[in-house]
Design a protein around this ligand. Sequence first.
Ligand code: KG4
Ligand code: ZN
Length: 343
Amino acid sequence: MPIILAIESSCDETAASVYKAVNPNNNLENNILSNIIFSQIDLHKKFGGVIPELASKSHLEKIEPIVACALEKANVTIENIDAIAVTSKPGLPGSLLIGLSFAKALAYSNNKKLIGVNHLEGHIFSACIENNIEFPFLCLTASGGHTALYLVNNYLEYKLLGQTLDDAAGEAFDKVAKLLDLEYPGGPIIEKLAKEVDFKDFFKYKRAMKNSYDFSFSGIKTAVLYDLIKKNYYNLEKKLLNKSLSLKQEVSSSLLSAVADIFDQKLILAFKEFKEIKSVAFVGGVACNNYIRERLKESSINNNKLFFAPNKSYCTDNAAMIAFVAYHKYLDNKFSNFSLDIY
Ligand code: KG4
Ligand code: ZN
């Protein structure tokens, strides 16, 4: 079985992973030999979002030690590696270029095969890393940059059913967190505050696009803003005027309820159309959210579907998911040449 080294640098995580499948027909036995991640969150926190120039500078500093660490942790050397995989798109251009250039140089100088992987494919199949999920399955991907629903027919074969027409779900959490003077990234702190008030839906923000597979999250962020302005809790110049904990809890909990409902509605819509589906996978950074996981699990089980969400270390950006997809590309002889680009 091939040993794959994968590199991921599409946004604000520098990551490397080594993967070796023990048994290609049983993911429960497959081996992530290492999964190393350097998160730049502390670097971007004070700006309330990712600053692309700082992100690429940090990738440049970290990529070599992170890759070295992944090899060492996996107890292999570059000679043992059969192919070098890298996230080639989509992502921040400056960040992608660091990983891609590094991977190309490493592959070229060591005479290794190169495999470009789409970051979104990485997220889609992240639920398979440690699970045997029967095809076809539904995959809901929700991260800071993307939100989409896919029908997954096989490894590397999937159909886009719908996607966000504006902001991603994670972006809605991050932007509302910024309105509320909360730290970046918004998702985890919004979940914590919502839990403190039992995930109650105080403000009943509008759930957009109920009967479509597409999503829209920019409206909900604007609804939060207008509601705060209307109540004199927020001013466009002076920003947040009411800094009470209860307001932050109530807005957080209402937002989380709305996002969970929107996701649930999409799944129910798909269950009605695709009766052959036996399982649902929920992936991406937002899939770290325990409340949404539980809501979607409950709804899946009520509709006789199995529910899978990856281990949280495979939800947020990581290189293990890139290695997993690359392994399947390797089996299909889908290699990249050195003109591989980020577009
Ligand atoms: O997948 P990811 O690491 O990066 C992208 O590809 O975008 O996702 C990051 C996103 C952020 O927007 C963050 O707020 C969100 O995932 N996130 C969460 C939680 N943890 C991270 N959203 C909701 N609840 C969480 N517990
Ligand atoms: Zn991602």
